[in-house]
Design a protein around this ligand. Structure first.
Ligand SMILES: Nc1ncnc2c1ncn2[C@@H]1O[C@H](COP(=O)(O)OP(=O)(O)O)[C@@H](O)[C@H]1O
Ligand SMILES: [Mg+2]
Length: 401
């Protein structure tokens, strides 16, 4: 055999055992410290197996970002599919992320296409689609478990779909029940806009996912590191440092991403293990690159206004905040800097721009007065990091706050 020396030279040693196991979409085989929730879900959906199509179960899951809601429900879905398959039962599990499928039309098409791949994408009304789903499950004798993940994105825009989905079985009393639902949201307050009966249907079974404790976060990160990295690549000290870094927000997605970054940096420096410096470098980059790019081109006024949003959110310690509160802080900042504050409608335009750039999201509570009854939220960036980044940008423009 001819040896190709290039292959050898190009095959750089890797510190990963399996890099894909730190991918954001990877589903671990087990989820330590979510056993209770998995068991509860199994109990709630047991009748789907013991007494097929006898009930339509609706469950709501709540809890902060990055604490394993999606992963737990997906792992439960795997268990359900497996249990059904072994008993030759026709249960279909469909996981839909409502942040991606942003309209009820897209959600419904997605549901249909997991049953019938060839279904055309256009030319139907939502009611047509719902009828199609009902027909399909009947003809093919299926029980559907639909998971609407990040359901809040749909509730804000389209309450009718949730209404229809929670009602689907009701007008066919005594008929086989063929549809169950799991909704996943961050907190229950986003349901306030729903009508009473939908609300009461959904609130019957709520599973609240509690935050992980420090010890639990430590064990999970350790488990995920052992699963994905070669031995001794992440030392005890490094794991403890990651736990410390994510403890305040408790967001494991951030912690796992940090572990991945730090390991990549160690590799690029030809090290044999992750050092504190790799971790520090990895942690510096954690405002999404896209956001960094956008921030660089914002005018000083816009940056100051964005800073007011970040500071107000940090002060309030709630996930979202009213515009009035932001404007109050903004006025103070402008006064300190001797700048004239922009008018309310200009600020409203800034908000629209931030929204278009996906830096913030705006929740409208009442349409009446332009924006007065809206809540502002920052989704994907750590607030202290964002604050730091904006302050540095302002400093580079000779503005010191
Ligand atoms: N108990 C756990 N064991 C192992 N990994 C976990 C656990 N909980 C969460 N994760 C991982 O942390 C990340 C965030 O979890 P995710 O389910 O996406 O959170 P949520 O849906 O609550 O925002 C995922 O990569 C997931 O695999
Ligand atoms: Mg999730």
């Amino acid at each position: 055999m001819i040896i190709n020396y290039f292959d050898d030279l190009l095959r750089k040693p890797t510190l990963f055992k399996d890099e894909s196991k730190l991918d954001i979409n990877y589903l671990p085989k087990k989820l330590p410290h979510r056993e209770k929730e998995l068991s509860l879900l199994s109990q709630l959906f047991l009748a789907l197996i013991t007494n097929p199509n006898s009930i339509s179960r609706k469950v709501l899951i709540t809890g902060k970002t990055g604490i394993g809601k999606t992963a737990t429900v997906k792992l439960f879905g795997e268990m359900l599919k497996d249990a059904a398959k072994r008993r030759k039962m026709n249960i279909k599990y469909i996981h839909i992320n409502c942040r991606k499928e942003r309209t009820s039309y897209k959600v419904l098409i997605k549901i249909i296409r997991t049953i019938n791949l060839n279904f055309p994408k256009r030319g139907y009304s939502p009611q047509d689609l719902i009828d199609t789903i009902l027909d399909l499950v009947k003809v093919r004798n299926i029980h559907l478990l639909i998971v609407l993940d990040e359901l809040n994105y749909l509730i804000d825009k389209d309450r009718d779909l949730i209404y229809s989905l929670t009602r689907l079985n009701d007008d066919s009393f005594n008929e086989p029940q063929r549809l169950s639902l799991i909704g996943i949201i961050r907190d229950i307050s986003c349901l306030n806009n729903l009508d009473r009966s939908t609300l009461s249907t959904l609130q019957r079974n709520i599973i609240k996912f509690n935050n992980y404790s420090r010890k639990q976060i430590y064990e999970i990160i350790k488990f995920r590191a052992e699963d994905s990295l070669k031995e001794n690549v992440a030392s005890e000290d490094i794991i403890v440092s990651i736990v410390d870094l994510i403890l305040e927000r408790g967001d494991l997605r951030y912690g796992l991403n940090l572990l991945w970054r730090a390991c990549k940096i160690a590799e690029s420096k030809n090290l044999l293990k992750i050092t504190a410096e790799c971790l520090r470098l990895g942690n510096q980059e954690t405002i999404p690159f896209l956001t960094q790019d956008i921030l660089c081109y914002l005018s000083t006024q816009k940056l100051i206004f964005l800073l007011s949003i970040v500071k107000s959110l940090q002060k309030s310690k709630t996930p979202s905040i009213s515009i009035n509160e932001i404007v109050k802080l903004y006025s103070v900042l402008c006064e300190n800097l001797n700048l004239s504050a922009r008018s309310y409608s200009q600020l409203w335009n800034y908000l629209q721009e931030f929204k278009r750039e996906k830096i913030i999201s705006i929740k409208i509570l009442s349409e009446k007065i332009k924006g007065r009854k809206s809540l502002i939220e920052i989704l994907d960036a750590s607030l202290p990091k964002l604050e730091d980044f904006i302050l540095k940008k302002l400093q580079s423009r000779e503005i010191f706050l």
